[in-house]
Design a protein around this ligand. Structure first.
Ligand SMILES: [Zn+2]
Length: 242
């Protein structure tokens, strides 16, 4: 059952991502496969690969060597080992070399109604798979994820540049709040966690509160959705952000 549900979810997420980046139709592949081959007929050339090959994944060390929780400025952060056994792919990896700004995103797929850890971890792994397999990135694009229960979860290591604001990834730390906030409201737990965590990040990374922005404050985009955008602006007015 779990495998079936996961497969359906993953298919949907892949399709959603394909809608963003575009993809050639695969009809040519199908025709090549069903065409009967006669003994004297030349074998047609294999169709060109339509997608980038899977990035090489190296596994993280055994679970016994991985800490389940870390601390960022006193805030507990669940290690990525809780949701994936995969590490960073070996291609297109760039060091962060210091954080100068922090960007808040939403996930932006279908609304998230679950808050339990296992389903949340499954969802984050699905996002990683879309980012690595369909988009060709070296890892999940965001450095941290805040789920519906307010848990802070490690994404890509902050040692590496993320992939979350095109043309603006260097020195930019990405925090994704799980949900689609064009269609649903963030939970009180998410906002409390976002407030505490952005303050911890600015303190530990030496970044000014004014450098904590939402994705749409960089460039025109729906992200992080009108409800989270309004909530972030309210936190900022109350000096509860960064
Ligand atoms: Zn975004």
């Amino acid at each position: 059952m779990a495998l079936t549900r996961r497969h359906v979810l993953l298919s949907g997420l892949s399709l959603a991502a394909a809608g963003c980046v575009g993809r050639a139709a695969r009809d040519g592949d199908t025709l090549a496969r069903v065409k009967p081959l006669w003994p004297n007929e030349p074998v047609p050339a294999a169709p060109a690969a339509r997608r980038a090959p899977l990035p090489e994944i190296r596994r993280t060390p055994p679970a016994t060597a991985v800490r389940a929780t870390q601390s960022v400025g006193g805030i507990a952060v669940l290690s990525r080992a809780r949701w994936t056994r995969h590490g960073l792919a070996s291609r297109d990896v760039r060091a962060m070399n210091g954080v100068r700004q922090i960007t808040i995103h939403h996930e932006g797929w279908k609304p998230v109604t679950f808050a339990d850890a296992p389903t949340t971890f499954d969802r984050i792994e699905q996002i990683r798979q879309v980012h690595t397999r369909d988009r060709g990135w070296s890892d999940i694009g965001y450095h941290y994820i805040i789920d519906r229960a307010g848990r802070v979860i490690e994404g890509r290591s902050v040692a590496y540049q993320g992939a979350h604001v095109s043309q603006n990834n260097p020195h930019n730390l990405g925090v994704m709040v799980l949900g689609n906030f064009a269609r649903q409201r963030p939970t009180a737990e998410q906002l409390a966690s976002l407030s505490r965590f952005t303050k911890a990040l600015t303190a530990t990374q030496g970044v000014a509160a004014a450098r904590v922005r939402t994705h749409r404050e960089f460039k025109p985009t729906e992200c992080p959705g009108r409800y989270l955008q309004a909530a972030v602006e309210q936190l900022r007015r109350r000096r509860q952000l960064g």
